[in-house]
Design a protein around this ligand. Structure first.
Ligand SMILES: Nc1nc2c(ncn2[C@@H]2O[C@H](COP(=O)(O)OP(=O)(O)OP(=O)(O)O)[C@@H](O)[C@H]2O)c(=O)[nH]1
Ligand SMILES: [Mg+2]
Length: 305
């Protein structure tokens, strides 16, 4: 259903779900595979610069790809052909999936470049990639920050990306040791896969279309139990440091709206209120899920910038 430029659908029956895979890349990506519960039906692929990095990920597919190959892919020109054997091999593996999610921490020498390699392989495989990446902590220094920017510039050529700032998690859980805070962050980073898993093939085109409207996305989630959830949740998004809507203008928005009795009317109202953050009309999509009898309404917003 479409209302005033917003596409609204209900989360599918699970009869004909989109096929998805998480691709853990490098240290952070493989850590993520170790620290999360993988949503039902989602496959896992671990790519490391060496065997050690992949160990213990229990991934369905494991690949070792050199840093040199990863960087060469990231820096190569657009082409209908694979730029190296690693890209070619991966493209055969990715053909099985409709959507793949490379996960990496930008700033290192491995995973951040691999995201580009996965994006290129996905293109060859005619699969939709959506990267889930973190940017390094300020405290990690200039070199990492600089490399992170370079990697982001490269990967934009091949894939859309949802970007999470590692610094943000330290603000929210300041008392946790770094390793634990990272583990919390790794669960946040894969939240989009939780939301998208089980997506019906019939709605895939609309979802994919929305992810093509921008290269860079940000995400936040908020929940509200009580009167006027539309206003309360939108207020939280307007103030959110994860979305930074005070300084960045949204180009498109995807909402996952969950809760008992959520319906098209609520979604349309929610989107209308959200749209006040944008100076012009923006394309929006809402995916409704009323399958769990929760009293609160939870909205996960993925905003294209
Ligand atoms: N959220 C999160 N971030 C991490 C984690 N591990 C590392 N990072 C971040 O990711 C950046 C890159 O680190 P790695 O993933 O270890 O780097 P790599 O891609 O393996 O590259 P090299 O280790 O340099 O070969 C770091 O600078 C951190 O900011 C993790 O488990 N969770
Ligand atoms: Mg590493």
């Amino acid at each position: 259903m479409s209302e005033d430029g917003i596409i609204i659908f209900r989360k599918g029956s699970g009869q004909n779900p989109v096929k998805m895979a998480i691709v853990g890349c490098g240290g952070m990506g493989c850590n993520t595979l170790r620290s999360i519960r993988v949503p039902d039906g989602v496959k896992t692929i671990a790519i490391g610069g060496n065997r050690q990095e992949i160990a213990g990920t229990r991934a369905d597919v494991e690949l070792v790809i050199s840093q040199d190959d990863a960087m060469a892919s990231a820096k190569s020109k657009p082409s209908r052909y694979a730029s190296n054997d690693a890209e070619m091999e991966l493209s055969y593996i990715l053909k099985e999936y409709d959507m793949v999610f490379p996960v990496a921490g930008l700033g290192g020498n491995t995973g951040g470049w691999m995201v580009s390699l996965v994006g290129r392989a996905a293109k060859l495989a005619k699969t939709t990639p959506i990267a889930l990446v973190t940017t390094p902590l300020n405290a990690e220094g200039r070199e990492k920050r600089h490399r992170s920017t370079e990697q982001l510039e490269a990967l934009r050529n091949w894939t859309s990306a949802i970007i999470f700032k590692n610094d943000q998690i330290l603000k929210e859980v300041p008392n946790l040791p770094l390793e634990k805070a990272f583990r919390v962050m790794n669960k946040v980073v894969v939240a989009p896969i939780d939301e998208l898993s089980g997506l019906d093939k019939g709605n895939f085109k609309d979802m994919r279309g929305m992810f093509r409207k921008s290269h860079i996305f940000r995400m936040d989630a908020a929940e509200w139990r009580g009167d006027n959830p539309t206003f309360a949740i939108n207020e939280e998004f307007r103030r959110s440091d994860w979305l930074s809507l005070q300084v960045l203008e949204p180009k498109c928005a995807i909402f996952f709206i969950k809760g008992f009795g959520v319906n098209e009317g609520l979604a349309a109202e929610f989107a209308e209120d959200f749209a006040k953050s944008a100076k012009q009309e923006i394309p929006m999509l809402a995916c409704l899920d009323d399958s769990k009898a929760t009293k609160e309404i939870k909205v996960t917003a993925i905003i294209g910038l």
